[in-house]
Design a binder for this molecule. Structure first.
Ligand SMILES: Nc1ncnc2c1ncn2[C@@H]1O[C@H](COP(=O)(O)OP(=O)(O)OP(=O)(O)O)[C@@H](O)[C@H]1O
Ligand SMILES: [Mg+2]
Length: 210
């Protein structure tokens, strides 16, 4: 079983978007997938509920329940955890203990970049991260790569001490897919293929590092 924690204390960075897309990817790839929703807003749970009728459904679990690990089906192959805004590493301790990798989405704006630094600092103090036993990676989200600001943000992210493993484009498709309980991997259109390609380096990094 592989457990991936999606986390950032910065609100609106794309945690739920990344967690649902990743969970959808695993389910479409034929893995029994669980999405643990540790956010009282419940967006990840509702995404799972909207997807419940599909063959590639994802099982939602309430991450607030102390016994959530015991609720995991025995055949669960992939567990993705969506965490709430405002949570620093200390608040995520039970999830960090179980995780095989941590993904931190970051929006390419000065405010978001600055606000993410204290969260990354809090992660750097986690013993497993410090010892190199828990890999952490950055995902640039809502990128408009043709803008100078977008490029500047990428340059800044590349200078941070964690690898930048994907840049997800800014696209209304993600807003729509969230509302439908769907993911980019559910479709074969050219537009969705281009979105799928954005995930490839991230998926390769996960394979290599977990
Ligand atoms: N790549 C993207 N392109 C366009 N819109 C996006 C993208 N990623 C996320 N969004 C939208 O931005 C908003 C915030 O994203 P999301 O809910 O995933 O962030 P979050 O980090 O989970 O927020 P919170 O901290 O409130 O839990 C949502 O409306 C979402 O649909
Ligand atoms: Mg969220």
């Amino acid at each position: 079983m592989q457990t991936i924690l999606v986390a950032s204390s910065k609100g609106g960075a794309g945690k739920t978007t990344l967690a649902t897309q990743l969970a959808g990817h695993f389910a479409v790839a034929g893995k029994a997938t669980v999405l643990v929703d540790a956010d009282p807003q419940g967006s990840a749970t509702r995404w799972c509920e909207r997807r419940a009728g599909l063959e590639t459904a994802v099982l939602p679990l309430d991450g607030h329940r102390r016994d959530y690990r015991r609720q995991l089906p025995k055949d669960a192959a992939r567990v993705v955890i969506d965490s709430p805004a405002g949570a620093m590493a200390d608040d995520l301790e039970p999830f960090l203990d179980e995780a095989d990798a941590v993904l931190v989405p970051v929006l390419p704006s000065a405010i978001d970049l600055e606000a993410t630094v204290p969260f990354l600092d809090s992660l750097a103090r986690v013993a497993r991260v410090r010892k190199g036993k828990l890999p952490v990676a950055l995902v640039a989200n809502r990128l408009k790569p043709w803008t100078a600001l977008g490029q500047q943000a990428l340059d800044q992210l590349r200078a941070w001490p964690y690898p930048l493993v994907a840049t997800l484009r800014d696209s209304q498709a993600y807003v729509l897919l969230a509302a439908l309980g769907r993911c980019v991997f559910d479709y074969r259109s050219e537009q969705m293929r281009s979105h799928q390609e954005d995930f490839e380096p991230l998926l390769r990094w996960l394979k290599k590092n977990t």
